[in-house]
Design a protein around this ligand. Sequence first.
Ligand SMILES: Nc1ncnc2c1ncn2[C@@H]1O[C@H](COP(=O)(O)OP(=O)(O)OP(=O)(O)O)[C@@H](O)[C@H]1O
Length: 264
Amino acid sequence: MLQLKQIYKVFNEGSVDEKVALNHLSLDLNEGDFVTVIGSNGAGKSTLLNAIAGRLIPDEGDVLIKDKLMNHVREHQRSRYIGRVFQDPMAGTSPTLTIEENLAIAYSRVHKRTLKPGVTSKRRMYFKEQLEMLGLGLENRLSAKVGLLSGGERQALSLLMATFTKPDILLLDEHTAALDPSRAELITSLTKKLVENGNLTTLMITHNMQQAVDLGNRLIMMDKGNIVFKAEGEEKQGLTVTSLLEEFSKIKSGGTLSDKALLI
Ligand SMILES: Nc1ncnc2c1ncn2[C@@H]1O[C@H](COP(=O)(O)OP(=O)(O)OP(=O)(O)O)[C@@H](O)[C@H]1O
């Protein structure tokens, strides 16, 4: 479903600030793979998601979605294939538009040919059904301006907007990190449900080791722009926070390791 071949990205090349953010990274995801992505600050996690989404173009390497080369497909064109949720709950929705209008925009991004002015009653029913899955009562507030929603409600709506069109790839960029613990838990369980229901191929960056262990069927750990540890299948299921920290410790050649090295 997604192939990354030898992706290389350097920032500020030739200057004292030169930084290799992605160092010939390769990754192959099958349909329905749910990969949690961990790694310390500056490891290249967000750059990886930006390269997939087309927000930045790698200096070298290929990005393929469903065997189609994406290197020259711009970010707004790739949004047909890719759903993305950011850390900031304000980032994925328009506050001055209603819940229904926000959903209509997300819908039309994918169903371009079916775009009609206004929201038809059939489509409104569909939006209501989708909102019901969130369990937050938003299906009864279709005409409410999104700016009036709480951070958690807004992030749930962003998640729904990124998933209900069944994108080929779902990118989650620390999407629970800015929420209080109970809301973060809600968004985590919604993520699990929506990804499983849609069998969505997903990459989720997190600094929460427990979340990285609990969610998904694969895990990758990044360091210095490349993948330094990966687990899948039974190995992934058997991972614990302690075993992950031990792996990281080994990779960092025996340095004293605290949770902080990965969490911060
Ligand atoms: N636009 C940019 N210009 C210059 N340097 C950048 C840019 N974007 C990222 N970098 C650098 O590339 C490296 C990788 O950054 P990236 O944001 O991908 O890391 P990350 O693993 O997502 O980190 P964090 O967990 O802190 O979000 C960092 O050293 C960062 O400073």
